[in-house]
Design a protein around this ligand. Structure first.
Ligand code: ADP
Ligand code: MG
Length: 354
């Protein structure tokens, strides 16, 4: 009998502790009690996720172990090498909360010549940069929203803009820096908002045309041969007046908030066959031109004329068994969570480029 293939799950303990990000987003207003509760839940959920993935992989015949990322690179490298993995299941989004390190961790697998799930460092880094993503997509004639980048609020008077716009920090994700007040309707409010964001995040601010309309995402599995899972929609129809129809930070992370309760994912989305095909094919093109591998998720908006705009390509999307859009889409396709994970692993094993 042949030896079992060994999969090592690499994850980052700090990546799911969102309390410090929450603090930044809410201007430092979170209490110790809330922080502790969040740390507890995020740690428990991370441990549960890793345990679930381990169980699934064992069920599919792999031998499994885990490695936690660390800023002590020597220790992490030694541990990885001593495990002799046939494949790393790359579950790492950052090192100690720094998402720029996500691509470098993938670079470490490259240097060590270890095959791993998901995209390579170039793709991970490009997808994390919202402007670079837009440049690549627009080169390939994929719909993006017109945008400007601001390093000072004073630039507002000079730049041509079509209102309303949405403003967001250029290097963040997970809706950090996006709130109900991120949609701006005139130059004065934009200038004030930019001053606040620039001060708070110390990075350039991306300002793009706000697309009024429905929001969809498409999860994709595979590399040379792609499979688009059923389209998912964020339903904003119950959002009360005064709240913008966007997935703000509150909508993504604060279950008690009005925004969270009124951004309901619906999968499969109730849309025509034609729109479904259009969204899936746009998502697959965006995935391909960004160089994504094994799995990824593309976020899109559709305006009133049916034009599709890609908001972003997530090369390393959330895969948690309960609650992630990815697991929901796989379920709508008829896959168990185990089938989803196994398909990602098989995609990583069978593609030509390690
Ligand atoms: N141009 C836009 N038009 C309309 N809504 C937008 C636009 N850009 C972002 N949004 C809203 O903000 C949310 C988060 O933006 P996104 O660019 O996906 O950043 P993140 O990386 O933080 O998820 C989106 O899910 C969407 O609801
Ligand atoms: Mg997004």
């Amino acid at each position: 009998m042949s030896r079992k293939k060994k999969v090592v799950i690499v994850y980052d303990e700090a990546s799911l502790d969102i309390s410090s990000e929450l603090e930044l987003a809410l201007n430092g207003k979170i209490s110790d009690q809330v922080r502790e509760a969040m740390q507890d839940t995020s740690t428990i959920s991370l441990v549960e996720q890793v345990e679930t993935i381990s169980e699934v992989l064992i069920e599919y015949g792999y031998s499994v172990s885990t490695v936690i990322t660390s800023s002590d690179i020597k220790q992490m490298t030694d541990k990885l090498q001593s495990e002799k993995p046939d494949l790393v299941f790359n579950f790492c989004e950052s090192i100690e909360g720094n998402s720029f390190q996500e691509m470098n961790v993938a670079g470490l697998y490259e240097l060590l010549n270890i095959r791993y799930t998901g995209s390579n460092p170039l793709t991970l880094g490009s997808c994390l940069d919202k402007v670079r993503t837009k440049q690549i997509l627009s080169f390939h004639k994929i719909g993006i929203t017109p945008f400007r980048v601001f390093v000072s609020p004073d630039e507002v008077v000079r730049k041509k803009l079509r209102f309303p716009v949405i403003a967001k920090p250029i290097h963040e994700d997970a809706s950090i820096g996006i709130s109900n007040s991120s949609i701006l309707h005139d130059r004065d409010t934009l200038q004030r908002h930019l001053a606040e964001l620039l001060k708070k995040f110390s990075q350039p601010i991306l300002v793009e045309e706000y697309i009024e309309g429905r929001e969809f995402n498409v999860a994709i599995v595979g590399t040379e041969e792609l499979l688009a899972l059923p389209v998912s929609e964020i339903d904003f129809s119950t959002m009360p007046d005064g709240y913008n129809h966007i997935v703000s930070y509150e909508a993504k992370w604060i279950p008690e908030s009005i925004e969270y309760k009124n951004t309901v994912p619906v999968c499969p989305a109730r849309i025509s066959q034609r729109l479904q095909k259009k969204l899936q094919s746009t998502a697959m093109r965006a995935y391909e031109v960004m160089g994504c591998r094994d799995y990824g998720r593309v976020d899109m908006r559709v305006d009133k004329n049916g034009n599709v705009f890609v908001l972003e390509v997530n090369a390393n999307p959330d895969l948690s068994p309960s609650g992630s859009g990815f697991a929901r889409s796989a379920n709508a396709f008829g896959w168990t969570y185990g089938q989803l994970i196994n398909n990602i692993v098989e995609s990583a094993f069978k593609r030509h480029i390690a």
